[in-house]
Design a protein around this ligand. Structure first.
Ligand code: GLP
Length: 247
């Protein structure tokens, strides 16, 4: 696990985008796992700039998003499908059929989860998975207590996550209480994972994930077991780490 601490959120976004771009240039048909939330927005902005100004092409890239709310149609402004279209996909040259996001309106959610796993396998697995982290240590929607070997499935959101995500909705009541999420086992099979965090609100979760014991109560702590994990932080998110070498 390599922990990279940058001075600012912009530096963090630029660094992550440069790492993603390097991999796409090496392997144009990269399978890229994507995350929602405000944290990766700077990364998406920078990747869009690289597409516009530096000829980075996504034409052969395939993407898999981590999760989606159950019960929100794709047109809903808070659906992750809509979020990805608005903040990333519609600005680049990616093929619409190469985008994968679980369908939270699928009539058979279990079949949808199974299908999602099959699609990931059919594309040869995920090369690079982008991750954020919840204030309670969750990754994707794998809440504390999730099995560390779990696969794509339905999860009930904790009160804290509903509360945290209510900032995007008019009221907490409107936040869906369930979601489809890639499992921790699914995420761990990605060849590389890039976990991003910014701000003091994430500092405690970051410390628990990186320096604490590996436990299902802090799902992000499983990253300690990954063969090729990068943790990219701004100074605030890194502020509670005790093992930091300042050169
Ligand atoms: C949601 C998403 C996670 C994301 C987390 C943190 O719960 N399911 O994938 O990492 O929010 O979001 P933010 O980056 O907005 O703090």
């Amino acid at each position: 696990m390599l922990v990279i601490i940058k001075d600012s959120y912009d530096d963090l976004s630029r660094q992550t985008a440069a790492m993603v771009a390097e991999r796409i240039r090496k392997k144009p048909d990269l399978v890229l796992g994507l995350a929602t939330g405000v944290t990766p927005l700077g990364l998406y902005k920078e990747l869009i700039r690289l597409y516009n100004e530096e000829g980075l092409s996504f034409a052969r890239v395939t993407t898999f998003n981590l999760d989606e709310y159950i019960g929100l149609p794709r047109t809903h402004p808070q659906s992750y499908f809509h979020f990805m279209q608005e903040n990333f996909f519609r600005h680049i040259d990616i093929e619409p059929r190469a985008l994968h996001i679980p369908d939270g309106m699928a009539p058979d959610i279990d079949a949808q989860c199974e299908w999602y796993e099959q699609q990931i396998a059919r594309h040869g697995g995920i090369d690079v998975q982008i991750l954020g982290i919840g204030a309670n240590g969750h990754i994707a929607f794998n809440e504390p207590g999730s099995s560390l070997g779990s696969r794509t499935r339905i999860k009930t959101l904790t009160d804290q996550t509903v509360e945290d995500n209510s900032r995007f909705f008019k009221t907490a009541e409107e936040v869906p209480k369930t979601a489809i999420t890639m499992g921790i086992g699914t995420i761990m099979e990605a060849r590389e994972v890039f976990l991003l965090a910014r701000g003091t609100a994430k500092a405690k979760a970051v410390r628990a994930a990186i320096e604490g014991p590996i436990t299902a109560m802090v799902p992000a702590s499983i990253i300690q077991m990954h063969r090729k994990a990068y943790v990219l932080l701004d100074r605030d998110a890194a502020s509670q780490l005790t093992h930091v070498f300042r050169g």
